[in-house]
Design a protein around this ligand. Structure first.
Ligand SMILES: C[S@@+](CC[C@H](N)C(=O)[O-])C[C@H]1O[C@@H](n2cnc3c(N)ncnc32)[C@H](O)[C@@H]1O
Length: 365
């Protein structure tokens, strides 16, 4: 059973928030970025950090307006996504509650780490400003599906309406690894995991996550040839050398530094010699000019991202080398998104792209 369609009113709200975010990026953020050289020249400075560049903007009413739209559109989008999924949600909840069998391995004894539940428990903004975080709502998989699509400016088409980046990423990673066994870390409701399965139909594909509700929804979406397992990526319990390729999409910027380090050590242990890790995430500040880096952090601040800043400021390739990986490579992912109403210009016109993608790969020697 699919989640309930949004009501007329909820649809109008999602359209409005999507339009407001798209407008903000195209008509406010992109022009502010284009003005950067002139602003720096007028101030007589040559910023070397994103904070110095940000100081050129923080008193500008257009910038403050963009911040308000970004943050509050996010908050209201997720609220509306949750409200719409929960409308008549009993049928779906009942179906998910009885999900079991091949392809779904939940672990009711798994203790969720304190860093993961802390923000919601302490009444602070949780990741993405989603009420209840990733774990506190039985329908979070369906909520993420709908809210994530709205974040990608495609809520009417659904989360999978713009799979260009994920397909390009998997083809790139698979070409280098030719894997028979793939593990997708932090798979949530299976956005990347389904693409891995589609691109590599003969591979044995496993997605793991801490969130039982997200995994249950992933399994519900199918196909059941994918295995979804509730495991902590820091200590999965799989034997050494169980996989040829380990992937993750948008996991790295969602965990604290020490957790990211343990996940990398675990990924190293899980790979066969010659196996590959491939991660798709947000570009590091070091790859961006100071003004662009400031606006990248704007996106993080507007989205309740608690670990964005520490990840983007870190030297991730060095972390990979420190746990033993070699041949570490990173760079912007080359991809094209299928056209989608109203939002294609945001991608195609080369204006500020809120979801531009950075790929990092490394090999276990
Ligand atoms: C942004 S979501 C990932 C999106 C997903 N990869 C996709 O394809 O749409 C981040 C996910 O990482 C999970 N996560 C965070 N820390 C984890 C850990 N230590 N082990 C397993 N999953 C984790 C969260 O529960 C959440 O579902």
């Amino acid at each position: 059973m699919p989640p309930a369609r949004p009501t007329h009113d909820q649809s109008a709200r999602l359209d409005f928030f999507e339009g407001a975010r798209s407008f903000t990026y195209r008509e406010i953020v992109a022009p502010l970025l284009a003005e950067y050289p002139a602003r720096a020249a007028a101030a007589g400075i040559s910023p070397s950090t994103k904070e110095e560049a940000g100081a050129l903007y923080t008193a500008d009413p257009r910038y403050l307006f963009a911040c308000g739209i970004q943050r509050n559109a996010q908050r209201m989008t997720w609220h509306t996504a949750a409200e719409s999924v929960h409308r008549d949600g009993d049928g779906l909840a009942g179906e998910l509650a009885t999900s079991a069998g091949p392809g779904l391995e939940l672990d009711p004894g798994l203790e969720l780490p304190a860093w993961y539940t802390r923000h919601t428990r302490e009444g602070r903004d949780d990741i993405h400003l989603v009420p209840g975080g990733y774990w506190g709502d039985q329908l979070i998989g369906a909520v993420y599906d709908r809210g994530g699509a709205a974040y990608r400016l495609a809520w009417r088409g659904g989360y999978d309406a713009r799979p260009g980046a994920l397909h390009a990423f998997v083809r790139y990673a698979a070409g280098a690894a030719n894997p028979a066994r793939v593990l997708d870390l932090g798979c949530s409701f299976g956005g990347l995991t389904r693409v891995v399965h589609a691109v590599l139909p003969d591979a044995q594909v496993t997605g793991i996550d801490l969130s039982a509700p997200a995994l249950t929804y992933a399994h519900h979406l199918g196909p059941d040839t994918i295995t979804y397992a509730q495991r902590d990526a820091e200590r999965t319990g799989y034997p050494d050398g169980s996989f040829d390729l380990v992937t993750a999409f948008l996991l790295l910027h969602e965990v604290p530094d020490d957790v990211r380090a343990s996940i990398m050590a675990e990924a190293f242990r899980l790979l066969v010699p010659g196996g590959l890790v491939a991660f798709l995430d947000i570009p590091p500040y070091s790859a961006l000019d100071p003004a662009r880096a400031w606006f990248e952090s704007f996106d993080g601040r507007g989205n309740g991202e608690n670990y964005w800043e520490c990840f983007l400021a870190s030297d991730f390739p060095e972390l990979l080398r420190s746990v033993g990986f070699v041949d570490v490579q990173d760079g912007a992912l080359d991809f094209d998104e299928p056209d989608y109403w109203g939002s294609s210009a945001l991608w195609r016109e080369g204006s500020f792209d809120p979801v531009h993608r950075w790929v990092t790969t490394a090999v276990k020697p």
